[in-house]
Design a protein around this ligand. Structure first.
Ligand SMILES: Cc1cc2nc3c(=O)[nH]c(=O)nc-3n(C[C@H](O)[C@H](O)[C@H](O)COP(=O)(O)OP(=O)(O)OC[C@H]3O[C@@H](n4cnc5c(N)ncnc54)[C@H](O)[C@@H]3O)c2cc1C
Length: 513
């Protein structure tokens, strides 16, 4: 029980991160939490309500899901398209539109949620701040979130909706010994170049790196996925004329969507046929067969992929660790390029740039990066099954993709929580482990009362967890778990005439750190 002089525990929820998931959680909490609840939304960056993906200001960055399926509310997936009809009329529900429009819709949704909350007697605060730590509730107290400016906010429940971790670019190999060097000599005296040095752009969302780039300069992009293609369109938009080479291990590009995506006919992936099959090899064989059957039936392979989507988490969970590893090693590049497809307009544009010779695709492995006397970068890579290629480039951009690998994070809130044992990475370092209420599992395997996670790191347990249709469902589950938690605390408070701690309110494991 709290001491008589203790201030009452604030009946609040803090949502850390105002990107897609944060907005989806707030929208649901605004409708579900009891009057009197205080909601605080924290966002560290300038992309309020938009997050990393939808904070782009480039009209060449397009959504890779049709507009009619991108609503925030899982019960109203047409929500974004309905909004679009008001603001940018004339786009069909199965059309692909710029990503920044989804960002505008999310901002409008956050505003609407704030107004709804206020009408229902809740209060909402938006804070531009970076959360750096979370401390669990002690008996009778609230949990505490520490901000980078030293302030400490209190709340009964905290939702981590912090998105992807910053990209972790690959190592920059040291230059090989010069022609006069003794064979196999290691160039000990050549210091490695580091990302962030001139011309070495580690994070493709830091677009200020493109300011002042000579329009004829040669650019090498590491990666050939969706992020790399975003970079190509970004460069073209600013009038870049120079050659852009995309280098990735296998040289695979994302497949295009059909110009008007259709819903798949049910039954194209009859997963029930698999029974409780848990071997990757057998699953793969079945998927190939379904693909062939669909082709024989004049159906598109995309429909098979789409109809697999709902059962992907259960297939993933059945795989042994060894099979998951095999999947990541051998199949993931094919999965990614077939599952995460390009909007047709962007695909046509890329094909045009490749046909014109401005964009080249190379399969290969980076061998070395050196700086020439004139400041340019001298880069060598081993082509897959081919010779070593040498090029001089003005800019090397890391577009190997966003990361969810928790054990690679060394700074920031999630890294701190991992170091303290509050968050646990999975064995393959794909994300975080949570219980059925989305409470992160600590190193002892227990969910912490009052702490929740939603976002792409759920990939660890579900594999399919990074796109809007899954995220909005997960956000709904988190918000509902938080609302139940808050209601239970409220009920305990009323019954006892005193405030119970979150730990007392749940029968779950103790929440001491
Ligand atoms: C470039 C890109 C394009 C994509 N395109 C599509 C698409 O077309 N269709 C689709 O379905 N999916 C797409 N996705 C996938 C998915 O929709 C997004 O990743 C999704 O936006 C993730 O939402 P989120 O809320 O988890 O993260 P984000 O939207 O990134 O939001 C997280 C927010 O938390 C903030 N934050 C982080 N740490 C802190 C802290 N300590 N304190 C305060 N604030 C913090 C960040 O600044 C950020 O704004 C795309 C992803 C990317 C990266």
């Amino acid at each position: 029980m709290p001491a008589a002089q203790d201030p009452p525990v604030p009946p609040g929820v803090i949502v850390i991160g105002a990107g897609f998931c944060g907005v989806a959680v707030v929208a649901r909490l605004a409708a579900q939490c009891p009057p009197g609840t205080h909601l605080t939304v924290l966002e560290q960056g300038p992309r309020w309500g938009r997050g990393l993906a939808y904070g782009t200001r480039s009209s060449s960055h397009w959504l890779n899901v049709p507009a009619g399926r991108l609503g925030l509310d899982p019960d109203h997936e047409a929500g974004f398209h309905d909004w679009l009809q008001q603001v940018h009329p004339g786009h069909a529900a199965n059309a692909f539109v710029p990503r920044m429009w989804l960002g505008d819709y999310l901002c409008a949704s956050l505003q609407a949620a704030t107004e709804l909350a206020q009408q229902r007697g809740l209060t909402v605060t938006h804070e531009m701040a970076t959360a750096v730590d979370w401390l669990p509730a002690a008996a009778g107290q609230a949990a505490a979130v520490t901000l980078s400016d030293g302030r400490v906010l209190q709340a009964r429940a905290v939702v981590l909706a912090t998105g992807h971790l910053p990209p972790s670019p690959p190592a920059l190999p040291r230059p090989a010994p010069g022609p006069d060097a003794v064979a196999n000599e290691v160039a000990e005296d050549v210091p490695p170049l580091t990302w962030g040095a001139p011309g070495l752009m580690a994070n493709p969302s830091q677009l200020e790196w493109l300011d002042g780039l000579d329009e004829d300069a040669e650019v090498l992009v590491l990666g050939s996925g969706l992020t790399a293609i975003d970079m190509v369109t970004m460069l073209q938009d600013q009038g870049h004329q120079g050659r852009i080479t995309l280098l990735s291990r296998r040289g695979l590009l994302p497949q295009p969507h059909r110009s008007l995506e259709a819903r798949p006919r049910p039954g194209l992936s009859p997963v029930a046929e698999l029974g409780d099959e848990s071997r990757l090899r057998h699953m793969l064989r079945a998927v190939r067969r379904w693909m062939s059957e669909a082709a024989a039936d004049q159906r598109d392979w995309r429909d098979v992929m789409a109809s697999l989507r709902g059962c992907t988490p259960s297939l993933w969970q059945r795989l042994s660790l060894r099979d998951r590893r095999q999947f990541l090693r051998h199949l993931q590049p094919w999965w990614d390029t077939h599952r995460h497809r390009l909007a047709p307009g962007i695909h046509r544009r890329l094909q045009g740039a490749m046909a014109a010779g401005q964009v080249a695709l190379q399969a290969g492995r980076l061998l070395s990066v050196d700086r020439s006397a004139d400041g340019a970068l001298s880069v060598r890579w081993q082509r897959r099954g081919g010779p070593v290629v040498e090029a001089r480039v003005a800019l090397l951009v890391n577009c190997t993709g966003a990361t969810t690998g928790l054990s690679r994070a060394s700074t920031g809130l999630l890294a701190r929580l991992r170091q303290q044992g509050v968050l646990t990475p999975d064995a393959l370092d794909l994300g975080v482990l949570v219980d059925e209420q989305h409470r992160p599992l600590d190193t002892a395997g227990h969910g912490r009362a009052g702490l929740y996670y939603v976002g792409p790191m759920l990939k660890a347990q579900r594999w399919e967890a990074v796109a809007v249709p899954e995220l909005r469902r997960h956000a709904r589950q988190v918000a509902d778990a938080v609302a139940v938690f808050m209601a239970e605390l409220e009920a305990d408070t009323s019954a006892d005439g005193a405030t119970a701690s979150p730990a007392e309110a749940l029968s779950g494991p103790a929440c001491a750190r």
